[in-house]
Design a protein around this ligand. Sequence first.
Ligand SMILES: Cc1cc2nc3c(=O)[nH]c(=O)nc-3n(C[C@H](O)[C@H](O)[C@H](O)COP(=O)(O)O)c2cc1C
Length: 173
Amino acid sequence: MEVYEAIQTRLTVRQFKPDAVPDDVVMKLLRAGQWAPSSRNLQPWHFIVVRDRDMLKQIGAVATSGSFVADAPTAIAIAMDNADRAELDAGRALQQMELVAWDEGLGTCFVGLRVEEQNRKVKELLGIPEGMELITILPFGYRDEKLRRTRRPREALSGIAHDERFGQAYPEG
Ligand SMILES: Cc1cc2nc3c(=O)[nH]c(=O)nc-3n(C[C@H](O)[C@H](O)[C@H](O)COP(=O)(O)O)c2cc1C
């Protein structure tokens, strides 16, 4: 799949087939994160692969915006260590993982863990050191093409793209 095709067709997926994701595919996702660019090339990330069913259930029970983690065969948590641009760096690694996952026939969903108490509990469950920042847990599994829904709409380009100066709509071709 071409990169542009993956970008255009990718959807957030919250229901997964129960099939295990093979080790080499998990490795591909990890490599996609490892090769992401980061501010000053500090690579301040840690990727925690979670496959233990009981752990996934516990995380799903804590994360109110990601209860479906409980039913995913695998998840990768991303924790940042002393990163000056933690969300940007983590976001770039994540997006690369998500596109590779899509190309592999998987579905993913970024779970934000923005409620402080929930974030702390998941950090504890995964043994992430206190000084690190847990950005997300990314559950993934094979996507069921039957459940594939249409893309969520996006703002018209004319409202967000500007030509030379802010306020001059970029002409949509
Ligand atoms: C920073 C960020 C946080 C998100 N947090 C959650 C979340 O906690 N739970 C969830 O179900 N989806 C979450 N999402 C997924 C978005 O809801 C989804 O990407 C958006 O609705 C667009 O849908 P699409 O990815 O299918 O195009 C998050 C996405 C981003 C980028």
